[in-house]
Each structure stands twice: as C-alpha cells, then as structure tokens.
Design a protein around this ligand. Structure first.
Ligand SMILES: [Ca+2]
Length: 355
C-alpha cells in the first residue's frame, strides 16, 4: 500500500478544511477496510537533466492519476527565481512520466545549473500538495549537482546521481549505484564471514569477511545494518556510524564495525530440524558427552545445560564452536541435555547416564 506522506503546505481556510476532511475520510475508509485503498494522485520530480548547453529537462512522474473524484486541477513549478503553471496535460494511464523543457512552457523559466530548489505543487480539489528537490551546495540539499552526462533521478524514496539518464522513461537503477567495499568486523574485531547483510541492497561477506555492496549514488549515513537471520527474515545490528558520498559507478572503501552480536533467527529455523547430536548415549557416570551442532554460524551465545527430570540444573557450559563436550553427572538416571541460544531453547535431548 502506498504511504500517504503529503500534506498541505499552507494555512487552510475553513471550507478548504472541509474538503480535506472529506478527502481524508475517504482515505481512512480505504485504509481501514484495506480493500482497494485510495491513494491521492501524486506528481513528483522524477528526474532532472542538463544537456551539453546546460539547458534543463525536467521529468515529472505521476501516480494514481485519472481517478474519479480526485482530479488534478493544476500543476505549478517553482524554483528559487521563477514560477510557472504547466499547460494542461492529459495523463496516459494512471502512472507514468512526462518531460518539461523550456520549449514546452509559455514563459521563461530558469533552473540553476549547480544549485536550486525545485518545488512541484499539484492542486487536487483546490488543495496544494508539494514535492521538492533541493540539489547542489545549498541549505537543505539532498544531493550534489549532476555532472555532465549525469541526471538526478528519483528511485524509491531517494534522489541519486545517475550516469544513465532516462529522461522520458521510468527510472531504473542502471547507472545510479556505486560500490562500497571493505571488511565487516564483529564487536570483537573478528571478520564476519559468509553472512548476508544489506545497506541499500543485499550482499554477502566472503570467507575473510570482505564485502562489496551496491549502494545508491547519493550521500548516505548508516548507523545500523540489516542482516539475514533466515531465509525470509532480517534483523538489524548497530554499527559504528559510516558516512559517504557515492558517485555512480565508483568505489568507496570502508570497513564496517558491528556493535551488536549477530543472532541466528531461531524463529525461522525449524527447531526439529536443527542437527544437534549428543553421544555416546547411554553414557557412563562422569563420562564426556560430545555435542555437535550443525549451524552455519556460531556467533551467538550458545550454551549447553544438563537438567535432571525434576528440572534441576546439574551442569552448564558455554560453547563457541560446532563441536564441544560436557561432563555428565556422577549419578545414574535420565537427564535432559538442553542447547540454548541467546536464552532460547533450540534443542532438547534425553540421555541415559549408566552406573
Ligand atoms: Ca527517467
């Protein structure tokens, strides 16, 4: 479901408030029944390009237009110096892009080459909804100016630098990503091998903890990183903050230091299927019980407990590798060998201790 984040940007009059109220009542109904949720039409800046002569091309994206009841009355574009009302435009379908150039307008309209604030305001039922792009070295800027051949493209929620402009076509990620690479260290400064993480996209660390991640070409700051805990689930871990300004098709080298211990998603693992074996069984009093855990990674706190049938803890031991051992009690009988990971029980085996 599309998130509705737009809000009117100016003080509203009473009859305006009524319209807005009706609008949002409809939205609320849509959201509550979760069937065919109503999304307001959206006009946003989807791409900005300057040609060799520094003439601008502005691509606007439209979504959810042509809905009965939500006509777009008019569209205005503002820069720091100029304002223009767009000529009436017939939208093809509900989603797409259209391109504005100086030639398509009736009046002069300047977008400054190296820094400007562009605001698109669409009026729906008389109410203004705005989308804004601030680029270049000015207050509030989210992205640097596009170099020659580059555009500023919106992808997902971000404005990025794009080496492969697609003026007149929907944006893709070709040419708008760079590479961050380095080593990921756990909180004990040990490289984290063979795990899947995500900054903007998923990537996997190597045997040596090295990573190479595709990231959007824009300024980014991360103080946490997502990682996979199972086939379908992710968690996040805090990291020592990293910041970089990525240009398309370039490489930034930076190591990542985790501040949290990574867990394995026990909820995702079918507990019955965790291959844990304990042997020998039966075992003699004071014998050494071997425990083998076949988990891909053992980075969390894993402990082994031996409990008698009354629930009394007899032995407890932390282990940090796939194979470990524990000395069984000196009294014969039945016991439970419990394997705990981050205080969750991941396996329970019954053993017999003989005379
Ligand atoms: Ca485009």
């Amino acid at each position: 479901m599309r998130k509705i984040t737009r809000r009117p940007y100016k003080q509203l009059k009473t009859n305006d408030m009524k319209k807005i109220y009706i609008l949002f009542s409809l939205l609320t109904v849509g959201l509550i029944i979760e069937a065919n949720p109503i999304a307001l039409p959206t006009i946003e800046i989807s791409e900005l390009y300057f040609d060799e002569s520094d003439n601008w091309k502005l691509e606007l994206g439209y979504y959810e237009v042509n809905q009965a009841g939500f006509p777009i009355d008019s569209i205005f574009i503002y820069t720091t110096t100029d304002t223009v009302k767009l000529p009436a435009y017939e939208f093809l379908g509900s989603t797409g892009v259209f391109v504005i150039t100086l030639d398509s307008l009736d009046s002069d309209f300047i977008i400054k080459r190296y820094a400007d604030t562009i605001k698109v305001v669409s009026y729906i039922m008389g109410e203004p909804f705005e989308n804004i792009l601030i680029f270049g070295n000015i207050a509030g800027s989210s992205i640097n100016y596009p170099r020659h051949g580059q555009s500023i493209s919106k992808y997902w929620n971000y404005y990025t630098k794009d080496n492969s402009p697609t003026i007149g076509h929907s944006n893709d990620t070709i040419g708008m990503c760079g590479t961050a690479k380095g080593i990921i260290y756990d909180k004990y400064s040990v490289p984290v091998k063979n795990r899947t993480f995500r900054l903007d996209y998923y990537f996997e660390t190597s045997e040596n903890g090295e990573y190479s991640a595709r990231v959007y070409s824009k300024p980014s700051t991360f103080n946490q990183i997502d990682y996979k805990t199972g086939q379908y689930s992710t968690q996040y871990a805090s990291i020592t903050e990293i910041s970089f300004i990525m240009e398309p098709d370039s490489v930034v080298e930076l190591d990542i230091y985790l501040l949290d211990t990574l867990t394995t998603g026990i909820n995702d693992i079918n507990i019955a299927n965790i291959p844990i074996s304990v042997y020998p069984n039966p075992i003699s009093k004071n014998g050494e019980l071997i425990i083998s855990i076949d988990l891909p990674i053992i980075t969390s706190e894993i402990s082994i407990e031996i409990i008698d049938l009354n629930g009394k803890m007899m032995m407890k031991k932390k282990i940090n590798q796939n194979s470990s051992s524990i000395i069984v009690p000196d009294k014969s009988g039945f016991y439970i060998v419990r394997t705990m990971l981050d205080s969750q029980i991941i396996s329970s085996n019954r053993i017999i201790v003989n005379e």
